[in-house]
Design a protein around this ligand. Sequence first.
Ligand code: IMP
Ligand code: MG
Length: 181
Amino acid sequence: MKQRVTLHDKTFEKFITNDRIVESIETLAGRINEDYRDKPVPIFLGVLNGAFMFMGELMKHIDFNCEISFIKLASYVGTRSGGRITELIGLKDNIEGRHIIIVEDIVDTGESIDHLMRSLTGHNPATMEVATLLFKPAAYKKELPIKYTGLSIGNDFIVGYGLDYDQLGRNLGDIYVLADE
Ligand code: IMP
Ligand code: MG
């Protein structure tokens, strides 16, 4: 894999290798396996588009029967987390009384996940937890606990492994960080 990539007008450099990402997902899956193995069949609810690659790897390491579904909640333009939150689309399943594990690519300020959890609470799930591949603790402004976190990073803008810069970079197997010019 390349050390540097250019997306639109910006250059990014290799930050987290695919091996390290997969290793962190295996560890995270191990914790979920322990916690849910003896519970009624849960639903993993992936948040599109960013979580598609994380969901794919995560599911390979889940060893109990589960359902997989995706929803969409767009809120992000460019390199800064925008305050504009759009509505949740694509929730076709009845989640009432079900155990829900929300699968996110990244939790930054927490605005998106907070909004999403409030919307889903209205559908009365039995329990609801968050599994995020990446977490920016210094940027997080909410109280809600993020139970399953793969990797914690600083306040850097990253791309790859599902994450984009204006829709480019989602296909990269490694994670890249915005390079200082
Ligand atoms: P939040 O609402 O500030 O927590 O931002 C969450 C959403 O913003 C994520 O689901 C991503 O889509 C996007 N996002 C946050 N940080 C980054 C980043 O470093 N790179 C790419 N997208 C990001
Ligand atoms: Mg997202």
